[in-house]
Design a protein around this ligand. Structure first.
Ligand SMILES: [Zn+2]
Ligand SMILES: [Zn+2]
Length: 87
């Protein structure tokens, strides 16, 4: 958690707003929050997997399903536990 900057919540909100609350991969729409009820939610992914790197071009909005897919089977430096903080 300490790896995330203090204004992460603000930054991630901005990314989601810019993405129009849609997953960049599957296009799931989270604006009406219906999708969230299925236990899915929109998260922000770091392309280079460096949580300190909050440049806009390094950030992308993904639903948690697609997000996990990006991390699964790869040698990421982030654990699933950390992912749950990655709101
Ligand atoms: Zn998705
Ligand atoms: Zn990620």
């Amino acid at each position: 958690m300490s790896r995330y900057s203090k204004d992460w919540r603000e930054i991630s909100m901005e990314v989601k707003e810019k993405a129009d609350w849609k997953c960049a991969k599957c296009g799931a729409d989270f604006k009406d929050k219906k999708s969230s009820r299925k236990g899915n939610c929109l998260q922000v992914h770091h392309w280079n997997r460096i949580p300190e790197d909050n440049r806009p071009e390094n950030l992308v909005a993904l639903c948690n399903v697609c997000h996990l897919e990006y991390h699964r089977g790869r040698k990421g430096n982030i654990s699933i536990d950390q992912l749950s903080l990655n709101l």
